[in-house]
Design a protein around this ligand. Sequence first.
Ligand SMILES: [Zn+2]
Length: 409
Amino acid sequence: MFEQIAACRSCGSGDLELVLDLGIHALADGLISESQLDAEEPRFPLTVALCTECGLMQIRENVDPEQLFCRDYPYFSSFIPSLLRHSEANVEEIIQERTLGSHSLVFELASNDGYLLQHYKKHGIPVQGIDPAEGPARAAEEKGVPTLNTFFTRELALALRAQGRRADVIHANNVLAHVPDLNGFVAGIATLLKDDGVAVIECPHVHELIRHCEFDTIYHQHHCYFSVTALRPLFQRHGLTLNDVRKLEIHGGSLRLFASHRPGESESVRAVLAEERAAKLDTPEGYHSFGRQVAELRTKLLELLTRLKSEGATIAAYGAAAKGATMINTVGIGTEFVDFVADRNTHKHGRYMPGRHIPIRPAECLLERQPDYTLLLAWNFKDEILAQQAEYRARGGRFIIPVPEPTIV
Ligand SMILES: [Zn+2]
């Protein structure tokens, strides 16, 4: 079941202009088990629109949350070493800057398996995770990170506040795009945050998405694609100010935003706003070349894979994440090209990619089978994966990096 939204997810305006149509897609997180192979997979349209009122890029389709966020969510953040280092550095900096201690309280919304909060806990700082996914929430509890296994909403924030629990720091990394009720979520942050607290929010930057043709980060679980231009009025609506912003390289180019009840914007906020205005990200014009680039990338990648196959090459892929599913389903890559998708996450082994049903195997399979080429679906962890696969490359294996345009390394 799905419905198409008629109004902007942030400001409620009806002025939504279509900027990209990616066709019909199976759910990108819906890995298929052996027994499900013959069953019909639910498929939904995937279209992207821009709100010409507030400048928020968003998909128009709302899939029933029961179908969208299955309880068997196989993503565990702790399987990604660079993500662990990234969070630890962030935590150390915040502890020092804000002189946190045993009197403080730190929340993380979508805390997954406690990959971030564990770094606070190490310093004796009380933490509280909130995450609706059962498996990761259980894993967090096992490592001593208390976790409420539920969705974060304004109602939950009010209940916590009524218990006298308010936050010195709220982390929300890569979750804002997932929430069905954007305004309720930000209102919840404003409710939970102490008067002098800070919310530290990370999300992919739509400017980088457009610039590097990262269309594969678009899928049904990602409702919104943020610019500072669009985030600023969203936070203001709930009494919060974006005081500061930093650009990060993670996930193909992200923003780390610092929001609080305190007024005042740093020079960095003004600078990013000016860049976004120059790129016309608040008007459909800024997105015109994006659609064309996606079509070109699709053609080039298909031509490359077809040529390599015709030359007798064997091809695998790496990274059975949601963006990999968007890539293979948009371009049309199935087992006629790719024999298997390698991934380090043991929870995914023995399952199949949604839509195209390519089997998922342990990362070691690259060395066991030594395919001639490996399509790097998880290009956002390129440096890390290329380093891990030094042996595969030394033996002559080559990687195909799909974005911003297909390149062999
Ligand atoms: Zn809007």
